[in-house]
Design a protein around this ligand. Structure first.
Ligand SMILES: [Zn+2]
Ligand SMILES: [Zn+2]
Length: 336
């Protein structure tokens, strides 16, 4: 099968023939239809996460959608022809304290698609049926691919926050994650404030469902948010330590800033600024399998499809290079 393979970090991927995966008990073989290109893929390929123990060579890609071709022994509930998605989490042990508490995405023994096991930059992908998700009818298989990471990443903290009707939710950064965050928060009934730098995504933000748009290039985002009463929840999707710092004063009483972007630079926080108003800063990674199924149903019911640009698998290095230079407007999806 054709696959894009990371053979060495900080080198272009090699598009080449690889053996088709053979499915074992409990696994399904999937014909890939779409695989989103997530910023995490860039970190992996560039070697930023080299100490995570990624075995080389590895096929990246953890936003995979496709059609089941073959179900291995002991697979119940999935059959050839089923439309499915394979996300980042491909195994959790089920017995560690994190798993037993219901937070399986924090399992230390987790296997990660495209990071510790082969992922979706390939014509064929195999995955355990237990960590494979049905894609509801009504979602296009190619467009839906980014839901498997970007979608779940923004959905989980929104779902955890409870009833958002009438609450102010700010989404900082309008990219792969942010554009879905705006749509989902709006569909949940929140008053949505989009935060973006410059004016070129202002109209898009309104089309996605934002009720207000803040230009963080004009004045600090937090100041502008505070002026309109502060946010109950801020989803930080932009990879910027400065934006992180700017968001904190924009939290209203009991407000929560959720960090969803892998910002690796240092940022300054004045602890007393959290004390008054009982503000919180928290991190959030993907979600549980239950969150994923709920998100996919929610997306289908509300017509929330990612806005994607499609590229053939063979163009993967161009796509990664454009992402490095910040030239992917929202999300790129590879097709076979
Ligand atoms: Zn991702
Ligand atoms: Zn576990």
């Amino acid at each position: 099968m054709k696959a894009a393979v990371c053979e060495a970090f900080a080198k272009p991927l090699v598009v080449k023939e690889m053996p088709e995966p053979s499915v074992g008990p409990g696994e399904v073989l999937i014909r890939m239809k779409g695989c989103g290109v997530c910023h995490s893929d860039l970190h992996l390929v560039d070697g930023d996460w080299a100490d995570w123990g990624t075995p080389l060579p590895i096929i990246p890609g953890h936003e995979v959608t496709g059609v089941v071709e073959k179900a291995g022994e002991q697979v119940a509930g999935l059959k050839p022809g089923d439309r499915v998605g394979v996300p980042w989490m491909q195994y959790a042990c089920g017995v560690c304290p994190a798993c037993r508490s219901g937070a399986e995405m924090l399992c230390a023994a987790q296997k990660s698609t495209g990071v510790t096991v082969h992922g979706g930059y390939a014509e064929w992908v195999k995955a355990p049926a237990a960590f494979t998700h049905r894609i509801p009818e009504g979602l296009d298989l190619v467009d839906a691919a980014p839901l498997l990471c970007a979608g779940i990443t923004v959905f989980s903290p929104l779902r955890r926050a409870g009833n958002l009707a009438g609450k102010t939710v700010a989404v900082a950064g309008i990219g792969g994650l942010g554009h879905l965050g705006i749509r989902m928060a709006a569909a949940m009934g929140a008053h949505v404030v989009a935060i973006t730098r410059g004016g070129d995504k202002k109209d898009l933000a309104h089309e996605l469902g934002a009720h207000e748009v803040i230009d963080s290039g004009k004045e600090k985002a937090g100041k502008q948010l505070a002026r309109i009463g502060g946010a109950d929840l801020i989803l930080l999707t932009g990879i910027s330590a400065q934006l992180f710092e700017e968001c904190i004063p924009g939290l209203g009483p009991n407000g929560t800033l959720v960090v969803l972007a892998a910002i690796a630079e240092a940022a300054k926080v004045i602890p007393a600024a959290l004390l008054t108003g009982q503000k919180r800063i928290e991190g959030s990674v993907i979600g549980t399998r239950n969150d994923m199924d709920a998100m996919l149903t929610f997306a289908a019911d509300h017509g929330i499809a990612p806005i994607v640009e499609r590229h053939p698998l063979s163009a993967v290095n161009d796509v990664l290079e454009r992402m490095r230079r910040g030239k992917i407007r929202l999300r790129a999806v590879l097709t076979p």
